[in-house]
Structures are given as C-alpha cells and as structure tokens.
Ligand binder design. Structure first.
Ligand code: F0G
Length: 353
C-alpha cells in the first residue's frame, strides 16, 4: 500500500486554491472512522466516530491549517497570526515551523489547556496572553492582520474551510455514502460550515446520494447559536468551545437550515460524563469539548428521540491528552492504591484473592 499524502495531495483537485500553491503538510487527514459498539447498541443505530484527535497535532485544525499555511506561503507571507482557544494555535505553530514563517498566537489568559500551550511554545510560536476571551483575541488578530504584514489563519480565512471539508469526503468514502445524521461540537462554527460544504460537494459530484442532517452541539454557558444572540461572557469547562460570538455564524445557520438540522446545548456535567463513557466504553479518549456531540446524542436518547436504523457520524474533534488536568479533576472518586513491590500484596490490593 501507499502512504497517505495529506489533504492537499489527496484532494488537490477538489480544493478551491491557487494552482501554484506549495504543499506544506504533516500528513494530516486520513483519520479513522471507528464504529462505536456502545452508542450503536444504545441507539439501535449505526454510529461511527470520526476520530480527529489522530491528526498530527491532535485535532481537526490540521486539515485547515495545511491549506491556510500553504496558500499564505504561496502568496509570500512571512508571518502568520491566529486567535485561539488552544488547538488552532498548536496547529498553526507546527505548520508555521515547517514552512519557516513566524507564528504569532493570541490566547485568552489562563483559559487554554496546558498541552495546547506547550505545543504552541515548543513549535516556536510567540504567545501573547490576552486579558479577555476568545472573541477579544479574534478581534485583535483581525486588527493586527489589517495593519501589519501578518496573514490571518483563523477560520474566517476561507482556505481553512477548504481543508476542513475533506473530512466529509473521507466519511463518504468510508461509508460508501453520506450518513443520515452528522453530529459535532460547535464553537466558532467553522467546522460545521466546512463539513456542510464538503457534504454538498460530495453530493454534487455524485459520490453521495444524500446529504446528512447537521446537528451542532454547544456548551450551556457558551451557546450563542442556540440562544440566538452573542454571549458576552461565555463560560464552560470545555475551554475549546468557550466562544460567545462565532465568526462563521451565518454559514452555520445556513448549514442547519439547508440540512434540516439545528444547534442545541449540553451542560458541562453532561460533557464530562460523555467524555468519560466514551473513553471507558469505546477506548477513545477525547478532550472535553470533543465530547459535546456524544453528550448531545445521549441527551436526545434520554429525551426519547429515535434514530434507530439510521447511520450517524459523530466527529470527536481533539485528543484527550491535550487537557489531562480536566480529565483527572473529574476522578475525585478514584483513590490511589499503593503497595510494596510484591505480587501477593498487589494481588490482594487488586481483589484477586
Ligand atoms: N472541538 C475542539 C477540540 C476545538 O478546538 C474547537 C475549536 C471546536 C471543537 C469547535 O470548532 O470553532 O470550528 O466550531 N477550537 C478553536 C481553537 C476555536 O482556537 O482551537 P469550531
């Protein structure tokens, strides 16, 4: 077999990018579509997880970043900037390192997971901590890109969506058609917009006979698309989606309307419970925000919704190792067991005899 070449080389003919664009890649995309035995059994449906934590920097952002960085470099950029709740900055820093351009990131002070901050720093980014939230950081990033020679690579840059839409192509390829329903966490709303773009193009190209219903899940304290208005002070433990004023608002609403879908919200407790169940039942460890879609499926199951017999794909957006602090903080009931280095002692402590 041949090696996966990354989303630009695999899908160049389907990307709306300049023909002269170079390829700056870490081999992103080609992520596994893993059937969830647990969710399939519970819902009587065929439920698959698109495991985007398996991308090179541990989140779906790499799909968009390979394209955004490649196009920026093709256009002569020497520095790139982004606002981030953590994953975008980790990804941008890695691709910028590879491209040899200067990465500048703006993040909300004290509100991004340690793993993501470590990634940005070790890849050589200049990290600026902002007294404010993600929405403030995005406003600053736009301002810097307007006034100074730095290219903005947030998802307001349409090249990001070009890259991220390839996840839909991979799902259609793996299933042989589009699913009935697609579920995913939603923050700045770039990803739901990109998936919808990808599914529409797959149907137009004749690769899929249908387009899925798009269902986006937000965190309770940061649910502008559900509440119908920007949230001035968004709050959630799922720091990746702690966003009050999504940049891709109109595209996201369009995706929901055109697909017959909608946006809904789950509480932090529901998110953490879903994260833990997904890890312990399916063996898939995702960061809290990434479990919002699974939490949504569980909520609707409890409400009596019926998806039996349907094909459902849930995108789990980022790797659990990004944010071990939050994962461990939920395990206050797990007590450390310490024994002497002795088989009998270990067996006794483990309840084996
Ligand atoms: N899941 C994870 C793990 C994320 O990092 C993000 C967004 C989302 C879901 C939501 O995706 O914004 O396209 O609706 N993270 C951005 C960042 C905001 O800066 O890393 P979205």
């Amino acid at each position: 077999g041949r090696q996966w070449r990354g989303v630009i080389e695999e899908y160049r003919h389907r990307l709306d990018i300049p023909g002269s664009t170079p390829t700056i890649t870490l081999g992103e995309g080609g992520t596994p579509l893993v059937r969830s035995g647990w969710l399939s059994g519970l819902l009587g449906a065929d439920v698959h997880l698109k495991v985007e934590g398996d991308n090179p920097t541990g989140s779906f952002k790499d799909r968009g970043m390979t394209v955004a960085l490649s196009v920026a470099v093709g256009e002569g950029a020497e520095a790139v900037v982004c606002a981030s709740t953590g994953n975008t900055s980790a990804s941008m820093a890695a691709y910028a390192a590879r491209a040899g351009v200067k990465p500048l990131v703006l993040v909300p002070q004290g509100k991004i997971a340690a793993g993501k901050l470590a990634q940005a720093i070790i890849h050589g980014a200049q990290v600026i901590m902002v007294r404010g939230n993600f929405d403030d950081c995005l406003r600053l990033s736009r301002g810097l890109a307007e006034d100074y020679p730095v290219a903005l690579v947030n998802s307001v840059n349409p090249m990001r969506l070009q890259g991220q839409k390839t996840a839909s192509f991979e799902i259609v390829d793996a299933l042989g058609d589009a699913p009935d329903v697609h579920v995913l966490p939603t923050g700045n709303a770039g990803n739901v917009s990109a998936y919808w773009l990808g599914y529409r193009e797959a149907a137009d190209a004749g690769d899929a006979t249908r387009r899925p219903v798009m269902r986006g899940w937000q965190a309770w304290g940061a649910a502008p698309l559900v509440d119908g208005a920007p949230v001035a002070a968004p709050e959630t433990l799922a720091s990746a989606i702690r966003i009050g004023n999504p940049a891709s608002w109109d595209l996201a609403v369009e995706a929901a309307e055109q697909s017959g879908g909608m946006f809904r919200k789950v509480t932090d407790d529901q998110i953490l419970a879903a994260q833990r169940e997904l890890a312990s039942r399916d063996g898939v460890f995702v960061e809290p925000a990434s479990a919002a879609g699974v939490a949504g499926l569980l909520l609707e199951q409890a409400e009596g919704a019926d998806v039996s017999g349907r094909t459902v794909v849930v995108t789990v957006t980022g790797h659990g190792l990004k944010d071990v602090d939050t994962a461990l903080s939920t395990f206050t009931d797990v007590v450390d067991t310490v024994v002497d280095a002795d088989v009998d002692a270990a067996a006794a402590a483990a309840g084996l005899r």
